[in-house]
Design a protein around this ligand. Structure first.
Ligand code: ADP
Ligand code: MG
Length: 446
């Protein structure tokens, strides 16, 4: 039987691989298990704030993880304790101390930039080199060479890192320039608040005083009509006075749903570049860079194992790598390839099921139908078509087996899946509209 401390440490290793590091550091630091009482585990947290977050955002994950480590756990409760930093050594984030762990707390209030995002720690490879080159040009001539700069690509591929690194570099190079980083969601909330507080003018003034604005995750503008209107005017003001604007998005501007045409064409009027998934060599380079900053020597065999079994998403790659680092620190000795395999096995599995759901969601969104229709048996023509495209993409691009596709899409027979797959394959030879649709959908998974 493992004790509570070990149980929690093991659970934390898993949790860390499934959420972002910033989240992990913010919410799981200084937590501990205080006691266990007939199947209820009491997690000690430092304050009310953390308690609420764990309860509201991470409860399912915590419970599921603890249950996977111990058969006795039935429930989890959170209680505030004056914290004893129990796992301090185990949890020490294995990176350059002054750099990462607390960096999120040092976000500059003036510009919202997080100093941890720099180009020093940034790996450039075929997957992002075009974006990198354009970024350097923007740094040389902000506001004039490529304006706006629109960077898009899937989640965890480095958009936030790159755009913030541009901001930090420009800030160091031109100390007088006023820069501001904001997510579209934050911008929208600010705007709505200003309307409620009847202070729209101070909102407008605030955003119009910057020399450069970085707006992250602009895809969330879908359906926010008022925000679009406001952004359109802000954009024009900044643009006309040669002030640099940088957008990031998980999709190409033409594929952001409900984006007005005038904004679409503004977004695409400067330079639009994509970041794709890192290739094998780049993944090796990223892993090496992260290990270097943690001063840890790892068997090259483990590095290539990690690089070949973990794909794309750099955030996930970091998560798995952290788990490996943490595990070898816990054990205070090297870790074998086999142990690494065990450690990341769950991670890879989880990713596959997520991918199927994501594919369904993306394609349903694209066709503007309900996700649930894909899983149902509805025979409406446009739904049948979308469903067939889902099956086709899952098979053709993601290599999912016919039976698994059937099973995941609401228990359909594998012969139905094969039929759908072949139907789309055949139609693609004659139906130009379908060709375009599939092309656009594929771009969303790039
Ligand atoms: P996105 O905004 O596209 O979802 P992030 O910028 O948040 O992705 O990147 C995810 C994680 O991967 C971050 O921790 C970031 O520092 C790291 N990362 C991204 N790109 C690189 C890179 N080229 N080199 C090193 N680390 C990277
Ligand atoms: Mg981001």
């Amino acid at each position: 039987m493992i004790n509570n401390k070990e149980l929690w440490e093991n659970a934390l290793v898993d949790i860390e691989t499934s959420i972002s590091r910033a989240n992990f550091n913010t919410w799981f630091k200084n937590t501990s298990i205080t006691k266990e009482d007939s199947g209820t585990l009491y997690v000690g947290v430092p304050n009310e704030f953390v308690k609420d977050w764990l309860q509201n955002k991470f409860h399912k994950l915590i419970l599921k993880t603890l249950m996977s480590h111990s058969d006795n756990i039935r429930c989890v409760e959170y209680i505030i304790v004056k914290h004893e930093p129990v796992q301090k050594t185990a949890l020490k984030t294995p990176t350059n101390n002054k750099e990462l762990p607390l960096a999120d707390l040092y976000i500059n209030k003036e510009d919202n930039l997080n100093p941890k995002y720099t180009f020093n720690s940034f790996v450039v490879g075929p997957f992002n080199e075009l974006a990198y080159a354009v970024a350097q040009a923007v740094i040389e001539n902000p506001g004039t060479s490529y304006n706006p700069l629109f960077i898009y690509g899937g989640t965890g591929l480095g958009k936030t890192h790159m755009t913030q690194a541009i901001g930090n570099t420009i800030k160091a190079k031109y100390p007088n320039k006023k820069i501001f980083y904001v997510s579209l969601e934050r911008f929208s909330i600010d705007y709505v608040n200003s309307l409620q507080n009847k202070t729209p003018n101070s909102f407008k003034e605030k955003y119009r005083k910057y020399d450069m604005i970085i707006m992250d995750d602009i895809q969330f503008i879908s359906g926010k009509d008022k925000t679009q209107e406001e952004l359109f005017h802000l954009f024009n003001t900044l643009y006309e006075s040669n002030r640099q604007i940088i957008f990031s998005s998980d999709k190409h501007p033409n594929l952001i749903h409900g984006l007005e045409e005038r904004l679409q064409s503004r977004f695409a009027s400067g330079m639009t570049v994509q970041i794709t998934e890192p290739d094998y060599e780049s993944r090796i380079a990223i892993i090496r860079a992260k290990l270097e900053s943690s001063n840890l020597v790892v068997d090259p065999e483990i590095i290539s194992y990690l690089a070949s079994s973990l794909e794309g998403n750099i955030r996930e790659l970091e998560g798995s790598l952290n788990a490996v680092i943490m595990q070898s620190q816990l054990k205070n000795k090297g870790i074998s390839v086999n142990e690494v395999r065990q450690l990341i096995k769950n991670n890879i599995k989880a990713k596959k099921t997520v991918a199927i759901k994501d594919v369904v969601k993306t394609i349903a969104d694209y066709y503007e139908i309900n996700e649930s229709d894909i899983y149902d048996k509805t025979r409406r023509k446009e739904i049948v078509r979308a469903r067939q495209v889902v099956m086709y993409i899952l098979r053709e691009d993601f290599n999912v087996s016919y039976p698994l596709i059937g099973q995941k899409l609401g228990g359909k027979d594998h012969t139905t899946v094969i039929h759908s797959y072949l139907k789309i394959k055949k139609d693609l030879q004659t139906d130009q509209l379908l060709v375009q649709e599939v092309e656009k959908i594929r771009m969303m998974f790039k």
